[in-house]
Design a protein around this ligand. Structure first.
Ligand code: ADP
Ligand code: MG
Length: 646
């Protein structure tokens, strides 16, 4: 007797009406049920689409419930509506029909067989929905891609397209060149290096193979840098051989040397060939989003060039062009002929406008923290700077976050680029223990003292707003802590003084806004405390990345509460899961659409900002960007520029 009812029971979920989902629920785990609900809603959408005929299927609505209908209206992503998925619609419909027909026909076939075949049909159906959603996501990503080319004015005017990478005299050692591709594959695999692009140079596992100047290798050894990190293994040969590069590797993984060592080598070569005349240069240009970072890179370069001069090599001059400092110093270096220049976008643009510097001989351009620069509103400035180039240059972009956005932005400026990825773009460094604590807003400031007990100094405290930085700073001083503070509202001298006190261990705590979150390499930070959760997850990755640098490890503590946006919390949750960190109950309980979608789509998160806790269809950042763009239509100044860093 148990046979027939069972059979009938198995047939009840047959999707005749598409609305009988209750039948599934009592017997299936929540996660599985959600997944099935998605499949089903996908079909519901199809039915609605067919009824309305001609209206497209949107993946955001693919997971929406009826109450979400209003929200759906609000989603500002302006994807053109094209009635193009007709064939897929038919396919999905046919699959359902196939299932029904199958059930009719196979009444007498064994349950196991039936199950297998039904499973296959269900898989195919799932596949079509996934494809559809993926196509929709791709289209959104493309539609937000940048349209204006990143080129020099003369290049644009004359329609010049560079198709071949720049040629340099550098070649990998012959013994490496003669090795088979399988060896390179093995090295890439072993060190987790992901390389894309046409004809990438082979990875090199020692600085010796990179044929650097001996003095430079000695300087590296003096700084206890003996073996290249994975990004350096692939990045250095790529840059030395003249190729354009997008380098993505986690915070503290040694990206700076990937562009600093080659730029010095190239300048040495240029100087040896023909000494730089007065007012000539720069040959190499490095643009970064904050003054402090520019200063740090300038110091690193000077460290190498001073050692070179001491050892009888030609003197190389590096100009530092940052806001908050008199332009006269930079002008002096340019007047004597500058080989290299490290600049923030605002100041550089100003100097270009005033014709204090030209990019006529500039052949090497590096944007470090490239995506941060765009996020901070420097996009227009970077575009303008590109327009000052008059010849082909080698272009390099670095960041720990966001490959696709950088690629979209830079597509027109790069020539046959090599993309080197070490780890997922946007992933946190695995050297950091990440702790997240639920703290009510009014208890946060007192809680800092508890956090400070966790480790010895130096400790870095981040807050989003300048007022909070000042409040925390005052509070810590009152409590007798050795603290300094920096933010965009303080003058440059004070910023430099505070940083130097902190870097030389004369002060224990630095309280800062995000001016200190990008690229700064403080020695041995033990603990990063986030007084608040940044508005986007990439900023979080950069902030905590001030600890756990190089071979060091560190702790990051982040205070969250119910005021924090759920999308960011969801991103944080997934980032912690990815880095195998402990999930606090508050975060674990957050369930968003992306939890189901990520699993269902088989890949992680938002293709626009890299957040793992949402899809591009619900990206708060994209929404912000588009709203901002819409608001800026017709305005002609640089409102979005970060005045603090000009
Ligand atoms: P990123 O830009 O990737 O965040 P940095 O270039 O600032 O990282 O480097 C982080 C730290 O690691 C620096 O203090 C640097 O001196 C050190 N470092 C760089 N390369 C190496 C290496 N090959 N071996 C050991 N330490 C290194
Ligand atoms: Mg860096």
């Amino acid at each position: 007797m148990p046979g027939p009812p069972k059979k009938r029971y198995r047939r009840t979920p047959s999707p005749k009406s598409g609305t009988d989902e209750e039948d599934y629920q009592p017997y299936i785990p929540v996660r599985e049920r959600k997944k099935q609900q998605l499949v089903k809603l996908g079909r519901l959408q199809q039915v609605q689409v067919e009824e309305k005929s001609g209206r497209n299927f949107s993946p955001s609505s693919g997971t929406a419930t009826e109450e979400d209908e209003e929200k759906e209206e609000e989603v500002p992503i302006s994807v053109s509506v094209e009635p193009k998925v007709e064939t897929k619609k038919v396919e999905t419909k046919e699959l359902w029909r196939a299932e029904e027909e199958f059930l009719e026909k196979n009444k007498n076939v064994s349950l196991l067989e039936q199950h297998k075949e039904l499973q296959e049909i269900a898989d195919q159906r799932k596949e079509t929905n996934i494809e559809k959603m993926r196509r929709e996501e791709d289209r959104i990503l493309q539609s937000v891609g940048e349209s204006t080319a990143l080129k020099g004015v003369s290049e644009l005017a004359m329609g010049i397209e560079y198709t071949e990478p720049i040629k340099t005299s550098w070649k990998p050692p012959r013994y490496i060149q003669s090795m088979p591709k399988a060896r390179h594959d093995r090295v890439w695999k072993k060190y987790g290096i992901d390389v894309e692009g046409i004809d990438p140079p082979p990875p090199l596992k020692s600085f010796k193979d990179m044929k650097l100047n001996k003095v430079m290798v000695d300087t590296l050894t003096k700084r206890k840098i003996e073996n290249p990190t994975p990004i350096q293994m692939q990045g250095l040969p790529t840059v030395l051989s003249g190729r354009d590069l997008i380098g993505i590797a986690y915070t503290g993984s040694g990206k700076t040397l990937v562009y600093v060592l080659p730029i010095i080598m190239f300048c040495l070569e240029q100087e040896a060939r023909l000494p730089f005349a007065r007012d000539e240069g720069p040959y190499g240009l490095i643009i970064v989003p904050s003054r402090e970072l520019a200063k740090q890179i300038h110091e690193i370069i000077e460290g190498f060039t001073k050692d070179l001069t001491k050892n009888g090599m030609p003197q190389l001059r590096t100009c530092l062009a940052i806001g908050g400092m008199p332009t006269s110093e930079a002008a002096d270096v340019i007047r004597s002929g500058a080989h290299m220049m490290v600049a923030t976008p605002g100041r550089l643009m100003d100097m270009l406008n005033k014709k204090m510097v030209t990019l006529d001989v500039c052949r090497y351009l590096c944007l470090d923290e490239a995506d941060r620069m765009i996020d901070m509103g420097f996009e227009d400035d970077v575009r303008t700077i590109f327009s000052y180039f008059s010849a082909q240059r080698q272009t390099l972009l670095f960041s720990a976050t966001m490959p696709k956005k950088i690629q979209n932005f830079a597509r027109s400026a790069l020539v046959q680029p090599i993309l080197v990825n070490v780890g997922r773009a946007g992933a946190a460094s695995m050297n950091i223990i990440q702790e997240v604590e639920f703290v009510q807003p009014e208890a946060k400031i007192v809680h800092i003292l508890d956090c400070l007990k966790k480790t010895s100094p130096p400790v870095l405290i981040f807050a989003e707003r300048k007022q909070d930085v000042d409040t925390i700073h005052e509070y810590l001083l009152l409590k007798g802590c050795q603290a300094v503070a920096i933010h965009g509202g303080k003058d440059m001298e004070e910023r430099i003084r505070s940083l130097s006190l902190f870097k030389t261990f004369k002060k224990d705590i630095l309280v800062a806004t995000d001016v200190a979150s990008k690229g700064l390499d403080f020695p041995e930070i033990q603990h990063v405390i986030n007084y608040d959760m940044p508005e986007d997850i990439e900023n979080y990755v950069h902030r905590i990345g001030r600890t756990g640098r190089g071979k060091n490890t560190g702790i990051a503590t982040t205070m969250i509460n119910s005021k924090v946006d759920e999308a960011v919390l969801s991103d944080l949750k997934h980032l912690l899961i990815e880095a195998k960190q402990k999930l606090p109950p508050f975060l674990a309980s957050i369930q968003t659409e992306a939890d189901v979608m990520n699993e269902y789509m088989g890949d992680g998160g938002c293709s626009y900002c890299g957040g793992l806790g949402h899809r591009i269809t619900a990206c708060p950042k994209l929404e912000n960007v588009q709203n901002k763009k819409a608001g800026e239509v017709g305005k002609k100044d640089y409102l979005a520029s970060n005045a603090a860093d000009y």
